[in-house]
Write a protein that binds this ligand. Structure first.
Ligand SMILES: Nc1nc2c(ncn2[C@@H]2O[C@H](COP(=O)(O)OP(=O)(O)OP(=O)(O)O)[C@@H](O)[C@H]2O)c(=O)[nH]1
Ligand SMILES: [Mg+2]
Length: 295
């Protein structure tokens, strides 16, 4: 049996050769970061290396909402060392959900890329796993990471029993209250077509842990947008900062989303009709989709 390092190298090489035959869209990366001085350097390095490898990545934006541990300085220094241009947004401290929302809306209005990627700044979900995406010809497709134990010869860590139980509860709640069936709604590895970001995140009302589920609900159940899951490996780096208590409190917010669901508050984004591409189809231009509602 090959040593673990060789298996990891083989997995990277396999993914790289796959990328050369698929057409990757251009992607702006938004990394939410709060007190990530200890982990963000490695995340910046991974993004930079992937970009130098030929991936269509950039701009790279760190969405910091008031870190007190020098995250901003560490990120800028790491980017300079790597020769990667990054922008650090200094947002008021309002937590991950509202920081992501603010950054997505801001960057969507000026990025000029096909996609906005939301990527955790702790390098636990490495960006080169974008090579696993089978890019659709439908430009409205949303891609969401789904953490798995192993894929393509790559092996990840198994979350603790507590985290698995929390994910199970989250899965059940999203299915019962929102009617969505994605097993890993919380994965910090997601891509949204830039043209749809304002319509989706502009309708986000969740301020806590369940915001991903709200966005997926608007995309899936309200807007019937195509959503593709991407198997990704998760490699923990340090202790998780997700607190059970905060998750339980924030889970109640899903009742709010569910209430808005039944009051028909959410509006479809990007045209409510699903167009399934067939072989030889010319990809539909985003400009031809219905205008997205603004609230
Ligand atoms: N801007 C901002 N980013 C945050 C905040 N809380 C978490 N993040 C970022 O979100 C990403 C994921 O963090 P968390 O979901 O809190 O959890 P984690 O400790 O990585 O937990 P795991 O799910 O176990 O990996 C990291 O890049 C964090 O820095 C916040 O309040 N503001
Ligand atoms: Mg993490």
């Amino acid at each position: 049996m090959k040593p673990a390092t060789d298996r990891v190298d083989d997995a990277h090489a396999n993914r790289r050769s796959r990328r050369s035959v698929t057409s990757m869209p251009s992607i702006a990366v938004i990394m939410p970061a709060y007190n990530e001085a200890g982990r963000i350097e490695q995340a910046i390095r991974s993004v930079s290396r992937y970009r130098s490898d030929g991936a269509r990545i950039g701009p790279v934006i760190v969405a910091d909402d008031g870190s007190t541990d020098g995250t901003r300085e560490v990120a800028l220094a790491a980017a300079e060392r790597e020769g990667l241009a990054i922008e650090v947004l200094g947002l008021p401290h309002r937590g991950k959900a509202l920081t992501i929302r603010a950054a997505m809306l801001d960057v969507a209005s000026r990025a000029g890329t096909d996609y906005l990627m939301m990527l955790d700044a702790d390098d636990e979900l490495q960006i080169d796993q974008l090579d696993r995406v089978v890019w659709s010809t439908d430009p409205r497709t949303i891609y969401i990471g789904r953490r798995v134990d192993a894929v393509d010869g790559d092996h990840g860590a198994r979350p603790t029993l507590l985290r698995r139980s929390m994910s199970t509860a989250m899965r059940a709640a999203s299915r019962l209250l929102l009617g969505i069936r994605y097993p890993d709604t919380q994965c910090g590895f997601k891509l949204f077509p830039t043209a749809l970001v304002t319509g989706l995140f502009g309708q986000q009302r969740s301020t806590g842990w369940t915001f991903d589920a709200e966005i997926l609900f608007i995309a899936d159940r309200v807007s019937k947008l195509p959503i593709q899951e991407v198997p990704v490996i998760w490699r923990p780096r340090g202790t998780s900062r997700v607190r059970t208590g905060a998750v339980i409190v924030s889970a109640f917010a899903m009742f709010g989303t569910s209430g808005r669901r039944f009051l028909h508050v959410y509006r479809p984004v990007g045209g409510a009709r699903v167009v399934r591409p067939i072989a030889g189809d010319v990809p539909a231009a985003l400009a031809t989709t219905k205008p997205t509602p603004t609230l």
